[in-house]
Design a protein around this ligand. Structure first.
Ligand code: C5P
Length: 230
């Protein structure tokens, strides 16, 4: 059985490249994230193929944000596809509408707290209220859980703090911004190693570039999996 704690971000240009990467990773990876960059490159078709032909689990990372009625309609449409996780922004009205749209389907709604690529200077530029990043993340996570989110997306550096929230009991924590020791950060600013993220309470880690841009993606994925086992 695959260790679905590892979710590989298929941030490659199109469905063909995504399928090729998934074939290279083979049985070592059972859970894939398909994001916005792939949407115009056949992302939904790829999701379908990975699920129905290869038995993989699918996390569709759309980070939806809109008025409630539009979110509900979009999520109801997406819930027709056999998806496992879908992301929306963590604003309570968005989460509530998404849960309504997903009602009756097993698809889990994950709320984005604050993007792991952002730091306080970015929040200032975006006119987000004053406060330390961890406090803002905890507040946003708590509000998303209260609105019904099945889980949150957060930096691994915030996983322990979110896990300790009473509202987080029985909910999922999924952490991108994961970097094996020694690998390039890219634009990620609040990172931790795979083992640390899980030890701090994450249920799943999302890893992209350290796997898909590696010389040998399968070896890179297996190194991460063995770190998790260790
Ligand atoms: O390549 P890397 O490992 O940084 O990829 C992380 C993935 O997780 C990307 O697809 C990115 O869009 C996504 N993500 C993120 N931070 C969030 C939510 C999603 O980095 N808060």
């Amino acid at each position: 059985m695959t260790d679905d704690r590892l979710i590989v971000a298929l941030d490659v240009p199109n469905a063909l490249a995504g399928l090729k990467l998934a074939e290279q990773l083979g049985t070592s990876v059972g859970f894939y994230k398909i994001g916005l960059g792939m949407l115009t490159g056949g992302g939904l078709a790829l999701a379908n193929e990975l699920k129905s032909e290869h038995g993989k689990r699918i996390f569709l990372d759309m980070k939806l944000f809109d008025i409630g009625a539009t979110i509900e309609a979009a999520v109801r449409g997406l819930a027709q596809f056999d998806l496992d996780f879908l992301t929306v922004h963590g604003d309570p009205h968005v989460v509530r509408a998404a849960k309504e749209g997903a009602s009756g389907k097993p698809m889990k709604i994950l709320a984005v707290t604050i993007l792991t690529s952002l730091d306080r200077a970015d929040l200032d530029a975006g006119m987000i209220k004053a406060g330390d990043m961890p406090d803002l993340v905890a507040e946003r996570a708590g509000r998303a859980f209260d609105a019904g989110a099945d889980g949150v997306i957060a930096s691994p550096q915030e996983a322990a703090m979110i896990r300790a929230l009473p509202e987080a009991a029985g909910r999922l924590i999924v952490t991108p911004g994961v970097r094996p020791a020694g690998s390039a950060l890219g634009d990620q600013k609040r990172v931790a190693t795979p083992a640390q993220a899980i030890a701090d309470g994450a249920d799943h880690i999302v890893v992209g570039r350290p796997i898909w841009s590696a010389q040998d993606p399968r070896a890179a994925a297996e190194a991460i999996l063995s770190e998790l086992r260790g």
